[in-house]
Ligand binder design. Structure first.
Ligand code: ATP
Ligand code: MG
Ligand code: MG
Ligand code: MG
Length: 344
């Protein structure tokens, strides 16, 4: 009989739309000889709503239900998703998806799940905490200043002026998809940039802006056994890879593999694997780097549940290594089952 794969999508975070696209891609690409798929939409309010079930490849125009199409009477108790031996794929980004909370919930339910565990999810989600871990394992990063909403803001302004040069990037610590991020070009703009980031998190990173190529590396595996891909490049014709350019304008081109020297690619893979292990990575991660003209490499961040549509960087990096999107999903399910066995 077929294994059950449960997709959780939507979610409470500002990245919920990206989650729906990723989940739709997964739902279409699953190998239905092996799996059947149950789906649950998590609304912005946090309700779990039972949506479609698939036992065979859905029609190409089939969409997963979202706010506009769900009926609230399909609402279930979160624990109702439980099914013995099922594997959950929380295709959720950002807070309440990628930050350890849903992972903890799934562990309490004693379900196998794809992707980061509680520790790796929460640690990678917090850009400030992650920086401490990366520096502890000697991975280069750009200079930054930590800013907290409840701190004296004049002190933060002074520290930014002292340690960094404009432009700087201001980011909420716990977000993704560039939500809440601004590029700040002068001290006058800093207050507005901070205010925008504080909308999403009390913890904010002010980072030295660099002029650099953006190189990303995909990592797959549990704990000690980690595999990485040849890196890819996000080729921007925009100044900054913001939400709009990522998901609305489709202005992003990817070069896979990235056209960079071999020794740089090797170094990036090495840093990516090292960062992943240091964060107790499980399942998958996409490690994002900057590579500048002087040859410097800086780790920007690790994304524990990266964009996962069929045309997203993470799956395309694996495809370039010979692992198709459907095979990648199966691999992630096996890793989830392996992690589950080790826990139980
Ligand atoms: P993701 O969707 O990759 O999870 P995110 O919201 O976590 O994104 P970052 O990757 O940290 O955010 O930043 C988003 C984009 O902003 C980067 O891809 C890059 O284009 C730009 N950026 C961020 N930090 C810097 C920096 N220090 N210097 C130059 N550009 C930067
Ligand atoms: Mg990110
Ligand atoms: Mg992210
Ligand atoms: Mg990024």
């Amino acid at each position: 009989s077929k294994e059950t794969l449960i997709l959780l999508y939507g979610g409470r975070s500002a990245e919920r739309e990206v989650s729906v696209l990723s989940a739709e891609s997964v739902m279409r690409a699953v190998n239905y000889d092996k799996f059947k798929v149950k789906t649950y939409f998590i609304s912005q309010a946090g309700d779990f709503i039972k949506t479609q079930e698939f036992t065979e490849t859905p029609a190409e125009n089939e969409k997963l239900m979202t706010n506009e199409t769900v009926k609230t009477e399909q609402k279930v108790a979160p624990s109702d998703i439980y099914e013995k031996d099922a594997v959950v794929f929380p295709v959720l980004h950002g807070p309440m998806g990628e930050d350890g909370s849903i992972q903890g919930f799934l562990e309490i339910l004693r379900l196998a799940y794809v992707g980061p565990n509680i520790l790796s999810a929460s640690a990678t989600m917090d850009k400030l905490l992650a920086k401490h871990v990366f520096s502890a394992v000697d991975i280069p990063q750009v200079p930054y200043v930590a800013a907290y909403a409840d701190e004296n803001q004049a002190k933060i302004h002074a520290e930014v002026q002292e340690k960094l040069t404009f432009p700087v990037f201001v980011k909420p610590a716990n977000m993704g998809s560039s939500v809440g991020i601004s590029k700040v070009s002068s001290l006058e703009e800093l207050e507005a940039g901070l205010a925008e980031a504080y909308k999403y998190d009390n913890r904010v990173v002010v980072e030295q802006g660099v002029v650099a190529r953006e190189i990303e590396c995909a990592v797959l595996g549990n704990g000690g056994e980690v595999r990485s891909t040849l890196p890819g490049e996000v080729v921007k014709d925009v100044d900054f890879y913001d939400y709009r350019s990522k998901y609305i304008d489709n202005k992003i081109e990817m070069a896979i593999p990235a056209d960079i020297p071999n020794e740089i690619a090797e170094k990036i893979r090495d840093y990516a694997e090292k960062a992943y292990q240091a964060m107790n990575g499980a399942g998958l991660s996409r490690c994002d780097f900057f590579y500048d003209e002087k040859g410097n490499i800086y780790l920007n961040e690790v994304n524990a549940i990266p964009g996962f549509t069929q045309w997203s960087m993470y799956p395309l990096l694996w495809e370039n290594m010979g692992l198709s999107y459907s095979e990648l999903i199966e691999e992630l399910v096996s890793l989830a089952q392996e992690a589950f066995k080790n826990r139980e």
